[in-house]
Design a protein around this ligand. Sequence first.
Ligand code: BG6
Length: 520
Amino acid sequence: MTTIEMSVRPEDLSQVPHGHERIPEPGIMVIFGASGDLTKRKLLPALFHLEQAGLLPDKFAIVGVARRPLGDEFAEDMHEGILSFGSVDKGDPKLGNFVKKINYFPLKFDDPADYIGLKEELDRIAQEKNIGGRRLFYLATAPEFFAGIVENLGAQGMAHPEKGNVAVVIEKPFGHDLESARALNLQVNAVFDESQVFRIDHYLGKETVQNILVFRFANGIFEPIWNRNYIDHVQITVAETLGVEGRGPFYEKAGALRDVVQNHMMELLSLVALEPPSSFEAESVRREKLKVWRAIPSIPILNVVRGQYGPGLVDGQHVAGYREEERVSPQSGTETYAAVKLEIENWRWAGVPFYLRAGKRLEKRATEISIQFKQPPLLIFDRLAQSSACQVIKPNLLTIRIQPDEGIALRFGAKVPTTPEMAVCPVNMDFDYAEAFGKSSANGYERLLMDAMLGDQTLFSHRDGVETNWALYTPILEAWAAKNPEKFPNYAAGSWGPECADHLIASGGHAWRNDLGRKA
Ligand code: BG6
């Protein structure tokens, strides 16, 4: 295995060069649903990483908003979250001052009167700290509150950018089907202009996901072969070993197709498949992604399969089946696994199958994209290779490891040394993020929060993109809802998913790659 040499080794975010133009203006970030896990585990650690790197303005405040009547214990809880989930040293010299910027305001999301109080509180903080009118509203509540919060912010005049820029960040899920997504878009756009709306998909904050575009368009050697003439098929896998982790009520309504395939995986697919954008500006990138999604013809129901895990062994531990999980129906028909076969009908991709699969409680945690190239037209070493220790010649395979073991590998055949015959063995050329750049404690939200504060929408979903993806998957969700699966559970926890998924990919003459992760 060869490791690609890198000339720079920035160890963490603080060493990434930045200019003053990348520091947002003074402002207040208001997090709705702040008592939930996301704030403590991801948002506050990410904000503190930005502070450590000197990327936050001096005049900055955070206001957590939730229903619970909390006081100072909120800031204390966030402090703890920063230490444990942000890998921060408790003696960090910037921590004490940062925690002083954290405030809390109790509010009932659906009570208009509470928003009058919120406005007064934000004005008071802004005046006391000389912060000005810039606001970033982050909606991390349960999705049923999104529309009401937006409406109330509008009614109290908090959405208008007269006194500075105002933006709203909306967490997923954005709707639960096409109709609800359309309705939510209308409600949001009745208050905020589309240029103020940041629909978040945390996958786009991952370095390895952003690197797909860099890999394709900052290098000259892959693009000429990145098409139907050279690529046999593409597989995208989001495999998790975790189950639903106490999120039963949420997951019962979501399922794997809504939770992961329709958003995260379709984003990954668009980055693999899009045409070169004219620049890395929001409009160009979003336009190219939209063209990919719109080129996908409606997906026949036979090209989608679903699964649900039963009890099994994960990492040597016995785990319960989905139907035995906390607050899950014992007759649940919710899928914890989904696999899809689709095609992109354009000149670059016509005839190349894309296989997507996502599942919980699978054998291994791995999010990977693999691009399998076609076999050479004439396998002159094939007969010899079969007679040797090194089995059949495998086609070239490019794997993009999104997580864990972040990196990229290219498999090719090499002559086995010292054998008298021409024995060929597959080997890997491997780039590993941690080896090349050092390990980072960033969780992906750093980049997204920063971009939202700076008003850069490139890594956020546009209204049209969200609706196009819902339009693709809503007919499947409806067909599934109309017919309860008969054979659930249909895969054991700790396996690679249901048999029907193997049949799906076999129908195209392919097989799932289950040897995911970095090869030693
Ligand atoms: C979330 C889903 O959006 O993504 C979760 O709601 C899933 O169910 C998670 O576990 C996966 O994210 P990551 O970053 O761990 O791959």
